[in-house]
Design a protein around this ligand. Structure first.
Ligand SMILES: CC(C)(COP(=O)(O)OP(=O)(O)OC[C@H]1O[C@@H](n2cnc3c(N)ncnc32)[C@H](O)[C@@H]1OP(=O)(O)O)[C@@H](O)C(=O)NCCC(=O)NCCS
Length: 166
């Protein structure tokens, strides 16, 4: 059974390594890239503080005692009761159904704990496993956000998915 626990600075090494993976580098574009474990610690401390204000929740996905990935709940909008979800699984644990299970746990948390009503996800159109997860969990594809991200001088398309949490 997959459980989610809030990330703390002790998870910095795990998260930093996970984010060095080629697919994470390609598909998770962040403006606040961390260059080493120390910077990752700082980022996780900030996420942890934000969780206390219910502004962001950065989880580690656990399979028994093994850390298998992350689930990131961000852009929480309390008035409209919606948020965004992001996720990644360590390379050695991929294609075993863990990604789907982790996101499912994330959605349960949004509905049962945060009492949110809707969740969006934004994915690269070429990211087949991510698209598959969203389809399997009944996210509805809203459309293509043309030139939504600018990365290394290029505009990149993204697909917007949306789910009502019922
Ligand atoms: C996307 C990601 C989280 C999927 O994790 P995972 O644990 O492999 O996911 P699952 O095992 O639950 O697989 C989900 C579906 O995708 C399919 N799949 C997995 N890898 C695939 C691949 N490389 N190509 C095509 N389909 C793939 C699986 O077969 C499964 O479909 P099925 O249930 O019909 O068999 C993982 O690939 C990852 O961390 N990628 C880098 C970060 C990233 O892209 N995050 C998403 C940003 S929006």
């Amino acid at each position: 059974m997959i459980k989610l626990k809030l990330a703390t600075e002790e998870d910095a090494e795990f998260v930093f390594e996970l984010m060095q993976d080629k697919d994470c580098q390609n598909f998770i574009i962040t403006k606040t890239k961390t260059n080493n474990v120390e910077e990752q610690k700082k980022k996780l401390r900030s996420y942890y503080a934000q969780s206390k204000k219910q502004n962001r929740f950065y989880f580690i996905g656990m399979n028994k005692k093994e850390k298998i990935g992350i689930v990131d709940i961000y852009n929480i909008n309390k008035e409209d009761e919606r948020c965004c979800i992001g996720y990644a699984v360590s390379k050695k644990y991929r294609k075993k159904g863990f990604g789907t299970k982790m996101v499912k746990e994330g959605l349960k948390f949004l509905k049962n704990n945060l009492k949110l009503h809707g969740c969006e996800a934004i994915t690269d159109p070429t990211n087949a496993p991510s698209t598959k997860i969203l389809q399997k969990l009944n996210f509805k594809k809203i459309g293509t956000l043309k030139h939504y991200r600018k990365h290394k001088g290029k505009y990149l398309n993204r697909e917007l998915y949306w789910k009502i949490l019922n």
